[in-house]
Design a protein around this ligand. Structure first.
Ligand code: 5GP
Length: 169
C-alpha cells in the first residue's frame, strides 16, 4: 500500500469517526508501538475535541509469529468514565491481543468501546473481535512499514510492504 493510498483511507476513516461521535466525549487509545503513526495521522483527520491515551502490550518480540501471550507493559493514564472510547490498533491478526484489550477497557467504565484497526488479516482470526472501523483487509502475509516493525526495524517506511525473507532464513 502506498503512502497515498494509506492517506486516503485514513482521511475517510477520520471523516466517518467525526460524523459518528458528534457531541460525544471521545478518547482514542493507541496501542503501542505499532499504531503510533496511524494514530498520529488519524487524529488529524478527526474534527472533534478528542483526548488521546496509550497502552503498550507485549507483542511478537523478535519473531514474526504470535505467541498468544498478552501482557500490559503500560496501562492507561486516565479514567475512561463518562467517555466513549475508540481503540486504535495497527493490525488484527489472530485477534488475541485485541480480545484481551477489549475486555480490559470494557471493565473500566467507558460509555462505549469501539475498535479501529488500519489492517485486518481476517483469514488468521482465532478469536472473534468486533472491528468497527477498518482501513484495509490484507492476506496472510507479514507486513512492515507505517509503524509496523520486524525486530524494531522498518517502522519509518512511508508505505506498507510485504516482508520478503532471504532464502537461508
Ligand atoms: P494478534 O494478537 O491479533 O495475533 O496480533 C496483533 C499484533 O501482532 C499486532 O498489533 C502487531 O503488533 C502484530 N502483527 C500481526 N501481524 C503482523 C504483521 O503482518 N506485521 C507486523 N509488523 N506485526 C504484525
Amino acid at each position: 500500500m502506498s503512502a497515498k493510498e494509506i492517506a486516503g483511507r485514513v482521511d475517510a476513516l477520520g471523516k466517518r469517526i467525526t460524523l459518528d461521535y458528534q457531541n460525544k466525549p471521545l478518547i482514542l487509545i493507541g496501542i503501542l508501538k505499532g499504531a503510533f503513526i496511524f494514530l498520529a495521522d488519524l487524529i488529524r483527520a478527526i474534527d472533534l475535541p478528542i483526548s488521546v491515551d496509550f497502552m503498550a502490550l507485549s507483542s511478537y518480540g523478535n519473531s514474526t509469529k504470535s505467541s498468544g501471550v498478552v501482557r500490559i507493559i503500560k496501562d492507561l493514564d486516565y479514567s475512561l468514565e463518562g467517555h466513549h472510547v475508540l481503540v486504535v490498533e495497527d493490525i488484527v491478526d489472530t485477534g488475541l491481543t485485541l480480545n484481551y484489550i477489549y475486555g480490559h477497557i470494557k471493565s473500566r467504565g467507558a460509555l462505549s468501546v469501539k475498535i479501529c484497526s488500519l489492517l485486518d488479516k481476517s483469514g488468521r482470526r482465532q478469536v472473534a473481535v468486533p472491528l468497527h472501523y477498518k482501513g484495509f483487509e490484507i492476506p496472510d502475509e507479514f507486513v512492515v512499514g507505517y509503524g509496523l516493525d520486524v525486530d524494531e526495524k522498518y517502522r519509518n517506511l512511508p508505505n506498507i510492504c510485504k516482508l520478503v525473507r532471504a532464502i537461508d532464513e
